[in-house]
Ligand binder design. Structure first.
Ligand code: BGC
Length: 859
């Protein structure tokens, strides 16, 4: 104001000051009103009355219209006669991705690896702001399914292998999102723990396992987080699809947990109108394929479905629209930026808090930038940035930071940053396979290689395209490719074959079929290895039945030692230090198919070859959960697990490599030695020989026969660390593990020796930073119940806290253990039960390292 005073007459100054004050006050009021006005109203008699009054104005047909979605708006159907707009939706879960570029946050598993509920809430708020900036009413996230197997294609979207960690995190996420007037949609309810054949796979699970492992995150989201929307999964549960599963939807979700919100289907996860209508589904997405007037009107007339059942679904939607004031205000909020610098900072924080240091031999890390003149960055995941896995969760960021650009930005112009991809692209691999006399192509006028084929010759089998789909086939066809390959050198050869998700393909070498891994249905090439002698010629045949009008078939062979580029080896040998960035990406890990436990083709060879060229090597792995490292781990001094670090990943990698930030991520999943040693391995595949037929009489009396596959969860409660600690064996890296550049000490455990069964017990202890730099430790509290009457996992996580400490600093932590922390689900008694007796409390920094322990007797 000083400057104004010196130039203007006093009366004008007063006027200007007053109007500024008024403007500021109005602004502040508007801001606070917005802040207050965004959170949903609680349910109330007034809202109930209003929802019923709106319902009364609708015809039965209009009500049915409202329980099917709209593909035009990716949302609900509008109903102008009662002032109800279409409610817009967007995926989810870690970026508001459906309406153009947006902030791409780190993956769900990253958020769990941060073990930071506060970060989770902030990200929830940020996601909701991104949603409001795009007029989105429903965010299709969070995803909270348990990471049962390292091969599950969507683990990266979800949080962890532990129900307690998931439950704590989901509540923060949901509350953060909904506090800003956006509905959070918790998915995929339930037991969607594999991707292959997801429409027809039945997760066959006993009730205790469901209650103790697979339900708690949904239960917490509904009961503690007050989630207003839940999404049913594609799969069946004990032989019944989720969208028509009475036990899941009516008994548990709407019955026991008292869910009052909207239960929507996953996209195309509805299989029967009457079943879905009667057994809990409120909204069929993306459109009314089944729950439409044609199917439901006769069912209502014949009494198969009650009109009150439809009314209940519509009321849920209306109540929600009223509580969130979707009819009183535009959801598009121009005060929230579409491009947000603040959200970039949250995305960076998420990456910094989650990236996990798994190995650091000889304290190679942190690197001293002053000592580096040349750094080589090599690998398919070094550039461009790999921000997320594939499928509906993949957000397009405005300007993602790759590992190459992040490191180069950090080091500035005085250090030479050398880059090479190290491996060929898949299409180059296929293109450069040299076939003796080319490839003979026989295109048959049928889908089964019968009839007279049109014959031609081509140089390669390379129709590799990652994600384009053509229109469905108009005329039937099947194609057979035959060729000869002659080995120029003696040694190991890599064979790659690929097609599109739904295509059928079989590959033969000298008449013998290459065994395909049926879990890998994606576009990602499958690989095999062969030993050949110089001059040896093999005959190949590829039988291809394309699903759509485009060919995706690709097949090639290459001499393995020649795979890694010479330039990569050269820059590795010249550099002071090498970062090798490998792992999965959108095509090799994503929705719709499971993934390999091994790294994608060629990457093991790449690491081995670069490690031989330079021992100062740091490997970074992008990927949801555990991966095979057995071929090279002992040759590599440092290993970082990035998960999918979102758009700021490259900056976070650089900050951690050079010690600007202490690595503070801790594994939210156990890393197994191999796929075969993982707890779910014997039970992950469908049960051979099980009855796969499901005979269903659908709406209108149509009999439908499905071929389903039963996945028997024989691992029961023994998921991840529960299995390892109970069997007394040791995984590669345990749950909760992660290294730091400092050291921590746990001391002074305080826990009562005796307490009353059912009461809340408080456990206290100290955590001290005993090293030289600031860092954060995750204190994990496990409970064991050795005197239980039933078999229980040896220990279970029941509390945790992330503690940020300066060097030498100590903090006292207290954690409450409520009745549930000591209980198991007693199936015959149908309740949570505590067996009084001896319990053991353990505190430490991983499921394997719990230096503090004390006995506790519950009476
Ligand atoms: C996914 C859901 C997603 C929906 C909408 C489905 O394929 O399974 O998670 O929300 O698509 O994009």
């Amino acid at each position: 104001m000083k400057n104004l005073h010196s130039f203007l007459p006093v009366s004008i100054v007063v006027l200007v000051e007053k109007s500024l004050l008024v403007a500021l006050l109005v602004g502040a009021l508007a801001f606070s009103m917005r802040a207050i006005g965004q959170a949903p109203l609680p349910d109330s008699p007034a809202i109930e009355a209003k929802a019923h009054a709106m319902l009364a104005k609708l015809t039965l047909e209009q009500k049915i219209t409202l329980i099917g979605g709209s593909t035009v708006t990716m949302g609900t159907q509008p109903m102008p006669s009662i002032g109800l707009p279409s409610l817009r939706m967007s995926d989810g879960p870690v970026g508001v991705r459906s309406w153009g570029p947006t902030t791409a946050y780190p993956s769900g598993v990253s958020l769990a690896a941060s073990w930071d509920p506060e970060l989770m809430r902030e990200e929830g708020v940020a996601l909701a702001r991104d949603a409001r900036a795009r007029g989105v009413n429903f965010l299709l996230g969070p995803g909270v399914n348990i990471a049962r197997s390292p091969r599950t294609g969507r683990n990266f979207e979800y949080f962890s292998e532990d129900p307690f960690l998931n439950s704590v995190m989901v509540v923060q996420y949901v509350e953060g999102v909904q506090s800003q007037g956006v509905v959070a949609t918790v998915k995929h309810y339930a037991l969607n723990n594999q991707e292959f054949n997801r429409h027809n796979a039945s997760s066959d699970v006993d009730e205790r396992t469901m209650r103790e492992i697979y339900f708690p995150a949904f239960e917490a989201a509904v009961i503690k987080g007050h989630a207003d929307s839940v999404m049913n999964s594609y799969n069946l549960i004990n032989g019944v699809h989720a969208t028509q599963n009475e036990f899941l939807n009516l008994k548990i979700l709407k019955g026991e947990w008292g869910f009052k919100g909207v239960l929507m289907s996953d996209w195309d996860a509805t299989y029967d109108a009457v079943g879905a209508a009667n057994y809990g589904l409120d909204l069929e997405m993306p459109y009314d394929k089944f729950m439409n007037a044609q199917n439901l009107l006769p069912a209502i007339q014949s009494g198969q479905v009650k009109e009150s059942t439809i009314d209940d679904k519509v009321l849920r939607l209306l109540r929600l629209a009223l509580r969130y004031r979707f009819m009183d205000r535009p959801q598009f909020d121009p005060t929230d930026s579409t491009y947000s610098v603040a959200d970039r900072a949250i995305a960076l924080r998420g990456a910094l808090e989650s990236i996990t240091l798994l190995k650091n031999e000889g304290n190679l890390l942190p690197l001293d930038p002053a000592k580096i003149k040349t750094i080589a960055i090599i690998g398919p995941n070094a550039y461009p940035a790999v921000t997320g896995g594939g499928g509906s969760s993949l957000a397009t960021p405005f300007e993602p930071v790759s590992t190459v650009t992040g490191i180069a930005n950090f080091l500035g112009s005085k250090v030479a940053v050398l880059y090479d991809r190290g491996l060929p692209e898949a299409s180059d691999f296929f293109e450069h396979t040299t076939w003796v006399n080319g490839v003979k192509v026989e295109a048959f006028p049928s889908t089964d290689f019968t009839g007279t084929p049109a014959t031609s010759t081509q140089q390669s089998i390379n129709d590799w395209r990652a994600d384009t789909r053509g229109p469905e086939q108009s005329s039937p066809r099947s194609i057979r490719y035959t060729a000869d390959f002659k080995a120029e050198k003696t040694g190991r050869y890599l064979v790659l074959g690929a097609g599109a998700n739904e295509d059928k393909r079989k590959f033969f070498i000298d008449g013998k079929q290459l065994q395909a891994d049926r879990l890998i249905e994606g576009h990602t090439p499958q690989s095999w290895e062969l030993n050949l002698q110089t001059g040896q010629t093999i005959h190949i045949q590829a039988d291809y039945q394309p699903h759509d009008s485009q060919n995706h078939i690709s097949f090639g062979i290459a001499y393995e030692p020649g795979l890694v580029s010479e330039q990569a080896r050269k820059i590795a040998s010249l550099a002071d230090v090498v970062v090798v960035a490998v792992g999965f990406e959108r095509y090799s890990e994503g929705e719709g198919h499971d993934r390999t436990f091994d790294l994608p083709w060629g990457e093991d060879q790449l690491i081995e070859s670069i490690a031989a060229a330079n021992p100062h090597i740091i490997v970074t792995i992008t990927g949801g959960v555990g991966t095979s490292t057995s071929r090279w781990l002992d040759k590599v001094p440092a290993l970082l697990q990035l998960y999918y670090p979102g758009q700021e990943g490259g900056t976070a990698v650089a900050d951690i490599l050079f010690g600007k930030h202490d690595p503070e991520g801790r594994l939210p999943v156990t890393f197994d030695h191999s796929w075969q040693t993982s707890a779910s391995y014997p039970y992950f595949y469908p049960v051979p020989g099980a009855d796969t037929s499901l005979h269903v009489t659908e709406t209108g009396g149509h009999a439908v026969d499905y071929t389903i596959e039963h996945i028997r969860y024989g691992d029961r409660l023994m998921v991840g660390y529960r299995y390892w600690t109970t069997t007394g064996k040791h995984p590669l890296f345990p749950f909760g593990y992660g290294l730091s550049y400092t050291t921590f000490n746990f001391s002074k455990l305080q826990a009562p020796a005796v307490a009353k069964s059912g009461s809340t017990v408080t456990v206290g202890f100290d955590v001290t930073n005993t090293g030289k730099v600031e860092g954060a430790e995750v204190a994990e509290l496990y409970v064991s119940d050795p005197s239980a009457k039933v078999d229980r996992p040896e220990r279970e996580l029941k509390g945790f806290e992330k503690v940020r400490l300066a060097p030498g600093e100590t903090k006292h932590v207290t954690l409450p253990l409520d009745a549930r922390a000591f209980s198991y689900w007693d199936t015959p008694a149908h309740k949570w039960t505590i067996d009084p007796g001896r319990f053991v409390i353990r505190v430490g920094d991983s499921s394997e390292n719990t230096p503090l322990h004390a006995d506790l007797t519950l009476r």
